[in-house]
Design a protein. Structure first.
Length: 611
């Protein structure tokens, strides 16, 4: 879905054209720091420049991003009321100048408009998972957009405040403009209201919804949401969740649970080659479809279907299947198929939803620990003949949480959500789980982690167990975690390295962690490093932000009572960690930046970030 009509600027003498979208923002915006500029689509041989002026201020040469976005973001919030901006697009193609284009913008910053948010823990997890899925099929990563995150959070908040309106409404709409928190009827309008190019949205409701990674992982278990997230043209994204609704498992006339929303900008980017998911040779594949609206299943079909298999093709579509087979151990598996001929019972949803994609869905859940072979043929409009295979998970890993005194299990995730909330996820905190068919379960009797001293810090027990279950944290001796012991700088780097999937095991773990930190840019070249010295609270948070490549506001400062004692170089990371809830103050709201960090405190900070 595109924000504005595509305009074309022609070169003199019949040369190639430079394509662009009209400049933003327009109308009333709900953020005091909107994107100001335009999206262009340079071609080989183009040399393009974009200049922006806001309210008769200085002209600014705006860098052009890899995806062609050229947007200036005011470093300080604009005052409420009317504003003007000028956007000038100039350049040349192979030395021949383009006609210079100037667009004059008139927009209004709404009263009560908010500055751009920092990256939330939810959005960081969601973006990390989204880009991991995109990398698996050879796609470039999506960039984080604070404007799209703000729009996503606003819609999630509207959903929570007005859940009763959604009994008969599309979750992507805001049915009543008079309801509290209204920011626009559609994703297209909402994204524009927050000063961003966007218009495509994915959304789900979970019980609970505190983990962005879990939310994206769930959306990948669908058909239509997956196709959007694996679009070749996905350039920027921002997502967030809002808690506040009671959790109801199973069908309900009114959706219940915490909504997660992620808005995205999808550009008309050509796709090279077919994108297959699950990818060829993938292992640990889930076995079941996650229900979505519209349903990809035929009317009346049992919703307890198998994991969807999709192919996004390089042509412009419409894609049509001529044959589709799925086999396990040489035996054909009954499937449902989707292509451009698909029609839902709701006339709004047609084969256009599939575009250049096709899908195969087993009519029943797949068998565990089984290799499935796929063979698809058809046209897009060129003929295609695709063969690949993947293997399902040996057993269903399970996400577990408590809600209202009950223990629930669902999906193929583990330990989703914050560790400080009113519920506790258990699956990653134990090595085994007994789960009944009804979805209720209890930890297996022998599922306790091996640290006899983990309970010495009861507030950190869940974090310690979770970090151990994730394979991130190790003990200092058999059965000993030493939660109150000081974390050394070498141990801090090893902890962060494991959180990013690096192998720092064995007798040379400290050297391996140091090498990883230097290569990953976690430890700066001129930064002092003493392996056996205590890791301070400020240094660990700064390393954490670098390890996970969190975009920081260089001018940000924390609001802890002792914020003045935070080293200036670490202040942006500490400010982000405070805002995101990753790092918290002591009883007196002091951060104690120079204080040594205990092992329990370190894993708690890290688990808050990851989950």
């Amino acid at each position: 879905m595109l924000l504005v009509a595509l305009a074309v600027l022609l070169l003199p003498a019949g040369a190639s054209a430079l394509r662009y979208y009209n400049a933003l923002p327009v109308g009333t915006v709900l953020t005091s720091q909107p994107d100001i500029g335009l999206q262009i689509f340079p071609q080989p041989g183009d040399v393009v420049r974009v200049d922006v002026q806001v309210d008769a201020g200085p002209w600014r040469d705006v860098p052009i991003a890899a995806d062609g976005g050229a947007f200036y973001v005011p470093p300080q919030p604009l005052a409420p009321g009317p504003h003007t901006a000028s956007v000038v697009l100039s350049g040349a193609h192979n030395g021949t100048p383009y006609q210079t284009l100037t667009q004059f913008l008139h927009f209004t910053v709404a009263a009560g408009a908010r500055p751009l948010p920092g990256m939330s823990v939810v959005d960081l997890g969601a973006l990390r998972q989204l880009n991991a899925d995109r990398a698996a099929v050879g796609l470039p990563p999506a960039a984080w957009s604070p404007n799209l995150q703000a729009a996503s959070r606003a819609h999630a908040a509207y959903f929570v405040a007005n859940a009763g309106l959604f009994a008969q409404a599309d979750m992507h709409t805001e049915p009543s403009p008079s309801a509290p928190g209204f920011s626009g009827a559609t994703p297209l309008v909402r994204d524009a209201a927050f000063g961003a190019l966007g218009g495509s949205e994915v959304m789900n409701v979970t019980c609970p919804g505190g983990s962005g990674a879990m939310a994206v992982d769930e959306l990948m278990d669908t058909v239509f949401h997956r196709l959007a997230m694996l679009s070749a043209g996905l350039a920027t994204a921002g997502g967030d969740a809002v808690a506040g609704l009671p959790c109801t498992l199973g069908p309900s006339a009114t959706p219940q649970g915490d909504p997660f929303v992620m808005d995205m900008a999808l550009l008309p980017t050509p796709q090279s080659g077919a994108m297959l998911y699950p990818v060829d040779g993938q292992t640990g594949v889930p076995t079941e479809l996650l229900t979505e609206v519209p349903s990809p299943l035929p009317a009346g079909a049992n919703p307890n279907a198998g994991y969807p298999v999709t192919a996004q093709l390089p042509g412009a579509g419409p894609a049509v299947l001529t044959s589709a087979t799925l086999t396990a151990d040489g035996e054909a598996v009954p499937v449902y198929t989707l292509d451009s001929t698909w029609r839902d019972t709701d006339p709004i949803y047609t084969g256009e939803q599939m575009g250049n994609a096709v899908a195969v869905i087993p009519q029943a859940p797949m068998a565990p620990d089984t290799t499935y072979a796929v063979h698809l043929t058809g046209t897009d409009p060129a003929p295609f003949d695709l063969r690949w295979s993947f293997t399902t998970a040996a057993e269903s890993a399970t996400a577990v949480w408590t809600q209202g005194g009950a223990v629930f299990a669902k999906g193929d995730f583990a330990c989703p959500g914050p560790i400080d909330g009113g519920w506790a996820a258990l699956a990653y905190c134990s090595r085994a789980l007994a789960v009944s068919a009804s979805g209720q379960g209890m930890p297996a009797a022998d599922a306790q982690p091996p640290f006899a001293d983990a309970a010495a810090d009861s507030w950190a027990t869940l974090a310690i167990n979770t970090a151990w279950g994730l394979g991130i944290a190790q003990g200092v001796a058999p059965g000993v975690f030493a939660p109150d012991a000081t974390l050394t700088e070498a141990q801090a780097l090893a902890l962060l390295a494991r959180s990013r999937g690096a192998d720092v095991s064995g007798g040379t773990w400290a050297e391996a962690a140091l090498g990883w930190a230097q290569q990953a840019g976690v430890l700066l070249p001129a930064e002092a490093y003493v392996p056996d010295a205590p890791a301070t609270r400020a240094r660990f948070v700064a390393w954490l932000a670098r390890a996970w490549q969190v975009p920081l506001d260089p001018g940000a400062s924390p609001t802890f009572a002792d914020a003045a004692s935070v080293p200036a170089a670490d202040a942006p990371a500490v400010a982000w960690a405070q805002q995101a809830g990753v790092a918290k103050g002591t009883g007196g709201n002091d951060f104690l930046p120079a204080a040594p960090l205990t092992r329990a405190q370190a894993v708690t900070i890290l688990v808050r970030l990851l989950l």
